[in-house]
Design a protein. Structure first.
Length: 138
């Protein structure tokens, strides 16, 4: 079994290398990796669900939009991702995400992630498995 994600140390920023058996798996692993950069998600209790649907011109752009949507939900509502059921087809993502509300008194605060960027972005399907690299502004 391959690692789902690995943090990259980049001067002034941070990033993730992500893998997945399917494109949906890769997006789910990217979301899990992002949220682990923000807090220890093992202490997050699932209490909420959000529906998500959006489209894009490319799968790479869809990945950045997905991650930035999760960053927005955290910044605006304190919502922290825990799991999802998503479908990706023709550069359109739809489904639901489940998670909980971040509580600074009970959840560890790690990095303050501002945005997923297009800098150094890559997304490849190699022999049936997916690999991506995403850099985040911190």
């Amino acid at each position: 079994m391959m690692d789902k994600y690995r943090q990259l140390d980049i001067s002034g920023d941070t990033g993730l290398e992500i893998t997945g058996e399917s494109i949906e798996d890769l997006f789910k692993n990217a979301a899990a990796g992002l949220c682990e950069l923000i807090t220890d998600t093992s202490s997050v209790i699932v209490s909420d669900e959000r529906k998500v649907t959006f489209s894009s011109d490319s799968t790479e752009d869809l990945l950045v939009k997905w991650l930035n949507e999760l960053i927005f939900l955290f910044d605006a509502q304190g919502f922290i991702f825990k799991d999802c059921e998503i479908e990706i087809e023709n550069n359109r993502l739809s489904g639901s995400i489940s998670g909980g509300i971040f509580n600074p008194e009970s959840h560890e605060r790690r990095l303050l992630i501002k945005a997923a960027t297009y800098n150094g972005l890559s997304l490849l399907n190699e022999g049936g498995s997916w690999k991506a690299k995403v850099i985040f502004d911190i």
